[in-house]
Design a binder for this molecule. Structure first.
Ligand SMILES: Cc1cc2nc3c(=O)[nH]c(=O)nc-3n(C[C@H](O)[C@H](O)[C@H](O)COP(=O)(O)O)c2cc1C
Length: 191
């Protein structure tokens, strides 16, 4: 089983990325495969909005999104992480979310049986960002509220989160919960 994390911060080893790492370490420690995709390291263009997706076999945007979406779609569990930029998710995360329209319009569901969201703010906008990530995760997976676990908290400068022991612990707990959900009898795949 594999957990794929998509991170919308442009800062490698920034606060969101560090929290996602904590969650993924917990997942890996419990024996599941993990992968983290930093959207800022790839070409992730915005949706072109032509609305012709259903008649096309591939997205017109020629960038890294198709392979990222393939990994996102195949994952048993997903984690979405974003810092708060102007009271909501970053442009990188929004572009990625919009590009999921190709899957949506083709009726291609995500395979994820649980999800996690991680949001980090310097001071304001955490609630809305958390809500936006959760709503997207639930829309793409049709998961009930309780199958989407969320962590959010405050950190400002690069790496600040390292000294926030309770937030780091919450991220680890998120990872542990994801493994529990995937391996509990009611969500485990039917052999
Ligand atoms: C362009 C930009 C906009 C930001 N807007 C907000 C904001 O609206 N609210 C807030 O609390 N912090 C805001 N921040 C601060 C970041 O959320 C904060 O520094 C966070 O720790 C960055 O996470 P990262 O290290 O994962 O990139 C902003 C930062 C940048 C660069």
């Amino acid at each position: 089983m594999k957990i794929t994390a998509i991170v919308g911060s442009p800062r490698s080893n920034g606060n969101t990325s560090l929290l996602v790492d904590e969650a993924l370490k917990e997942v890996a420690g419990r024996g599941l495969e993990t992968e983290k995709i930093m959207l800022g390291e790839y070409q992730v263009g915005p949706c072109l909005g032509h609305e012709n997706c259903p008649s096309l076999s591939e997205c017109l945007q020629k960038d890294d999104v198709p392979w990222i979406l393939e990994k996102f779609r195949e994952a048993d569990g997903i984690i979405l992480g974003s810092p708060v930029y102007y009271y909501t998710i970053t442009a990188q995360m929004k572009a990625f979310i919009d590009r999921n329209y190709f899957l949506y319009t083709h009726g291609i569901p995500l395979k994820a049986r649980c999800a996690g969201t991680i949001a980090v703010a310097g001071g304001a906008g955490l609630e809305r960002t958390d809500r936006d990530l959760r709503r997207f995760a639930r829309m793409m997976t049709s998961l009930p509220e309780e199958k989407v676990v969320s962590v959010s908290g405050y950190a400002s400068k690069h790496g600040d989160v390292k000294s926030n022991t309770s937030l780091l612990e919450e991220a680890r707990a998120l990872g542990a919960r994801i493994v529990e959900m995937l391996t509990s009898p009611d969500t485990a795949p039917i052999p």
